[in-house]
Design a protein around this ligand. Structure first.
Ligand code: NOJ
Length: 450
């Protein structure tokens, strides 16, 4: 296999999110979030273990910063916990929370690492959920005000910002109940998705008004649908799934609002959100870059259709499957770029803001031998570099994730880290992939595993 050289100017990093790693859920002045409530409710998450401890990053901040420095990464994608910064969601800023993020951001900069900050990675303050959360239109201004607070506090030092991470999580939370807040109301689910896009646009406006010097974007995940067989039924389902996921958001961001096709169907289903005059303009507020979370494709088979793709998807005979059942299909990056560049005509740079797999091998002499993760990440990184070189504007790659952490409704059962965390003590140790990624960062080149 040929060596892959990582071009100058192509950003390499790792990504995490606040709720998944911070812990200290009731310390440092933090208010509760919907994920505290959800994971503390029996029956909601695998193993019934709440996410209270995350990966104890709040208490191990310096150690984690040193690990990142040692890995040699250029950029770290993190998220702010809204309820750590503003415990009630609106109102008073929690000085201890602001101080924690100041230490984090300053600690990154002191180590030469570029912070890339996401405002919202799913942990809505519980106080706001009590008022209806993302399904209540007031969330647009709650979010804009929170965003402005963050820009005013940290905007002088953070060059890359994202408003929302994977807003499809709102469907999971309000529409089908797999995520916090656990509601099963399709109408509210679509309303939450729409409100989030308007809130995003308002946050971008606040960013421009704040005078912050960095760039701002949004992170959308694309699970391109492929059909197991060329039938009209399969294609219809594939299109519908795409309309219900990434196209919903791209339409609002880049096409002046939801397509007629989407609106007509949602109307017929009784789930068309309440859209106010002027919303389309706000959601379409120009952004500086697009974040793309990319993990794989989903196979559509109308004879065995699963409304929740996470219940498993069809496996194709001869497909390149990892032992965790996940398909290694790096061409999905090209599929996603095709949608972005050709269908929507988007020209801003794209960052792969997440990619990774929970494939751990055996623990040998204290080191997790996660060769499949190395193969998977290497294949996607190679594809990202190819896309950069082909002029498709992919400007960087963030590996998901730095350390084993709390994987939402899967609890601690899915371990995505390149650094292992001990299930009891949260002590950190490099996996084989951690050593590998360090070498990739040091050498700015690697040889993909076949
Ligand atoms: C999507 C989410 O943004 C992140 O929080 C999650 O842990 C990973 N992908 C893996 O599922």
């Amino acid at each position: 296999m040929n060596t892959v050289n990582i071009p100058d100017g192509f950003l390499l990093g790792v990504a995490t999110s606040a709720y998944q790693i911070e812990g200290a859920h009731d310390r440092g002045g933090r208010g509760p979030s919907v994920w505290d409530t959800f994971t503390q409710t029996p029956g909601r998450v695998q193993g019934n273990i709440p996410g209270n401890r995350g990966a104890e990053h709040y208490d191990r901040l310096e150690e984690d910063l040193d690990i990142m420095k040692d890995l040699g990464i250029e950029s770290y994608r993190l998220s702010l916990s809204w309820s750590r910064l503003i415990p009630d969601g609106v109102g008073e800023v929690n000085a201890e929370g602001a101080n924690f993020y100041n230490r984090l951001i300053d600690g990154l900069l002191a180590r030469g690492i570029t912070p890339n900050v996401t405002l919202y990675h799913w942990d809505l303050p519980q106080k706001l959920q009590d008022l209806g959360g993302w399904a209540n239109r007031d969330v647009i201004e709650w979010f804009a005000t929170y965003a402005r607070t963050a820009f005013d506090l940290f905007g002088d030092r953070v060059p890359l910002w994202s408003t929302l991470n994977e807003p499809i999580s709102l469907w999971m939370g309000y529409g089908v109940g797999f995520f916090a807040p656990g509601l099963r109301d399709p109408r509210q689910g679509k309303q939450a998705m729409h409100n989030a896009m308007v809130a995003h646009g308002r946050a971008v406006q606040e960013f421009r008004a704040s005078g912050a010097t960095g760039q701002i974007g949004i992170v959308i995940d694309v699970w391109k649908r492929h059909v197991v067989a060329e039938t009209a039924e399969n294609h219809a389902l594939a299109n519908r799934d795409e309309d219900d996921t990434f196209r919903f958001f791209y339409d609002e961001l880049f096409a002046g609002g939801l397509s007629e096709r989407i609106q007509t169907r949602l109307k017929a289903e009784g789930t068309l959100p309440d859209i106010h005059a002027g919303d389309a303009e706000v959601s379409a507020e120009p952004i500086d870059f697009l974040g793309l979370n990319v993990y794989g494709r989903l196979m559509i088979d109308s004879t065995n259709y699963k409304a929740n793709p996470f219940e498993g998807t069809e496996q194709l005979p001869g497909g390149n499957y990892l032992s965790n059942g996940m398909e290694l299909y790096p061409d999905v990056l090209m599929d996603a770029l095709h949608v972005i560049r050709d269908e929507y005509g988007v020209t801003v740079p794209v960052y792969v803001t997440e990619n990774g797999t929970p494939a751990d091998g055996q623990l040998a002499d204290g080191v997790v031998e996660d060769d499949e993760r190395i193969r998977y990440v290497g294949a996607f990184l190679q594809k990202s570099v190819e896309a950069y070189e082909a002029g498709l504007g992919v400007k960087g790659y963030y590996l998901w994730t730095l350390m084993d952490n709390y994987e939402w409704a899967a609890g601690y059962s899915m371990r995505y880290g390149i650094v292992r965390t001990d299930p009891e003590t949260f002590e950190r140790s490099y996996k084989k992939s951690g050593h590998w990624y360090k070498a990739v960062n040091q050498n700015r080149s690697f040889t993909p595993v076949g």
